[in-house]
Design a protein around this ligand. Structure first.
Ligand SMILES: CSC[C@@H](O)[C@@H](O)C(=O)COP(=O)(O)O
Ligand SMILES: [Zn+2]
Length: 214
């Protein structure tokens, strides 16, 4: 088990990485109404002990301030003394890291991901058939069929966690919260961004295809 403390350099590097992703996603309008949260893991990974940098709760993610991020541990508690509050959804990040060992997790709300999660709610997953962007998930089969899991969106975040535990699919680096948004992850920020962009493309594709086929 690794319990060494995080160095200042590691922390600054993680915050800088989050800042650049935050700026990019803000330019795309991916943080409406202060929604969304971002995290990157810092230091070594052990399913029982790890740290990550995460956005502070309730901030306007379209502007940069000196208090946008903080470090937390695998239980979601701040790793150092701070007046900042971690994202309200930190426990979902904790569980995704614990289960996947990912290096970065990005959460955004969009109209497409919210509508599609409701449209396919009874099925509990969004089906996608043979669309090229599935390859962004390292799934290379021709005409691949994937199902993107959808879980409940309870107001009490800890109640969502067991559903995340049950429904995470090791082949699909993302999970939808009903009428809420997408969590996408990857081995690092580069990969998590690629996955998030692919999910958003696929949600728009499925939405428009469903409309056309009516
Ligand atoms: C303000 S609406 C969005 C929030 O309720 C929540 O879903 C969200 O994504 C942001 O929460 P935050 O605590 O800022 O990380
Ligand atoms: Zn959210």
């Amino acid at each position: 088990m690794s319990n060494r403390s995080i160095t200042l350099e590691e922390k600054q590097q993680a915050f800088a990485e989050l800042r650049s992703v935050k700026q990019l996603f803000a330019e795309r309008g991916w943080f409406p109404g202060t929604s969304g949260n971002l995290s990157v893991r810092v230091g070594d990974f052990d399913a029982e002990q790890f740290h990550f940098a995460i956005t502070a709760s309730g901030k306007d993610k379209t502007i940069d301030t000196p208090s946008d991020f903080l470090l937390v541990d695998q239980t979601g508690q701040p790793s150092e003394l701070t007046s900042l509050k971690p994202s309200a959804e930190t426990l979902i990040h904790c569980e995704i890291y614990r289960l996947t060992g990912a290096g970065a997790i990005f959460h955004i709300h969009s109209v497409y991901n919210s509508i599609i999660s409701e449209y396919f709610w009874e099925r509990k997953s969004v089906p996608v058939d043979g669309v090229e962007l599935i390859k962004a998930f390292n799934i290379w089969d021709e005409d691949a069929h994937i199902e993107i899991p959808i879980v409940s969106n309870f107001a009490h975040i800890p109640a969502i966690v067991p559903e995340v535990t049950d429904r995470i699919d090791s082949k699909i680096p993302g999970i939808l919260l009903r009428k809420h948004g997408i969590y996408a992850w990857g081995a690092n920020a580069f990969e998590a961004k690629r996955h998030l962009e692919a999910f958003e493309f696929l949600f728009e594709y499925v939405y428009k295809m469903e409309l056309l086929q009516r």
